[in-house]
Design a protein around this ligand. Structure first.
Ligand code: F6P
Length: 323
């Protein structure tokens, strides 16, 4: 019988993590569990930084970006000695089971605890949407909306000045945010690690837009592309065939902050409830995953075994819709 469970948010923060914490605490309370928050992820676990969370502590956080528990990236926990220390801290605080909300690295840590015999369920949280086995992770939708808002604004000023904008999005090794941003924001071309046009091809696409009489042109580049947004901008600025003056905007960490969208609040809430239900049912070593409209559980081992591939159809779409 579970008595005391813990929750942590780990890795890069993502909008909706607070909504998930709230759902975990209130669902846990519904079942009579004590729910502890672990501050600053695995760093807090190693330091024994635990806090009892009740309904009051999670009140008024549903709409807040970031994470009230804070987050961290921790090197020590990657080692067997660090994992042992973590297990000791969990035992010292009489924690029976834990929920880890985070990306690939954080979920790998969760799997280590499971393999050591501790009950753990993971929840995918990362703006990158690179976590295998789930249609969406917490924060992706909000980040995408932030990107679209930026693209719309940049198009306004690009049009006024007859300029081309190079816009860099986050995503680590995944081109998901760049690709979806480019399709939904009406960019001329997208550069991602999965499909990477040469700089000359980017120049041609922007130059063609100029010749067609467009007042602006946009290229979206994923941060994981093999050449940088800055190198691309320098190259294009020297190419007379582009026609437009060229400017660069790196969106950066703006993409990680802000109020979670309705989609992310619902996703995070459903995932939090599902994770607590899974613990109550005795599940361990699983990750909550969105499959279509259904909330599923998949083995954590599978989730971290590979990076979520992007649907190839979207690359096709991006190409012919930008003409
Ligand atoms: O994984 C989320 C993410 O925002 C990536 O898109 C990005 O590459 C990375 O984190 C940035 O990490 P940091 O906040 O440590 O600079």
């Amino acid at each position: 019988m579970l008595k005391r469970i813990a929750v942590m948010t780990s890795g890069g923060d993502s909008p909706g993590m607070n909504a998930c914490i709230r759902a975990v605490v209130r669902t846990g309370m519904e079942y009579g569990f004590e729910v502890y928050g672990i501050r600053q992820a695995y760093t807090g676990l190693l330091n024994g930084d635990f806090e009892l969370l009740t309904s009051v502590e999670v009140s008024g956080i549903l709409q807040r970006g970031g994470t009230i528990l804070q987050t961290a990236r921790n090197e020590e926990f990657r080692t067997p000695a660090g994992q042992k220390k973590g297990l000791r801290r969990l035992n010292e605080h009489n924690i029976d089971a834990m929920i880890v909300v985070g990306g690939n690295g954080s979920l790998t840590g969760a799997l280590k605890l499971h393999e050591a015999g501790f009950q753990v369920v993971g929840v995918p949280g990362s703006i990158d949407n690179d976590i295998f086995g789930t249609d969406m992770a917490i924060g992706v939708d909000t980040a995408l909306n932030t990107i679209l808002d930026a693209l719309d604004r940049l198009r306004d000023t690009a049009s006024s000045h007859q300029r081309a904008f190079i816009i860099e999005t986050m995503g680590r090794g995944s081109g998901y945010l760049a690709l979806m941003g480019s399709i939904l924001g009406g960019a001329e071309i997208v550069i991602t690690p999965e499909h990477e046009p040469t700089m000359a091809e980017v120049a041609k696409s922007l130059g063609d837009a100029y010749v067609r009489g467009k007042s602006h042109a946009i290229a979206v580049i994923a941060e994981g592309a093999s050449y940088t947004a800055t190198a691309l901008t320098d190259y294009l600025s020297k190419d007379p065939d582009v026609g437009f003056e060229v400017r660069l905007t790196i969106l950066g960490h703006i993409q990680r902050g802000g109020k979670p969208s309705a989609f992310d609040r619902l996703l995070a809430t459903r995932m939090g409830v599902k994770a607590v239900n899974a613990l109550r049912d005795g599940t361990s070593g699983s990750m909550v995953a969105l499959a279509g409209r259904k909330m599923d559980l998949i083995p954590l081992k599978d989730a971290i075994s590979q990076v979520r591939p992007i649907n190839e159809d979207y690359f096709q779409m991006a190409r012919f819709l930008s003409r």
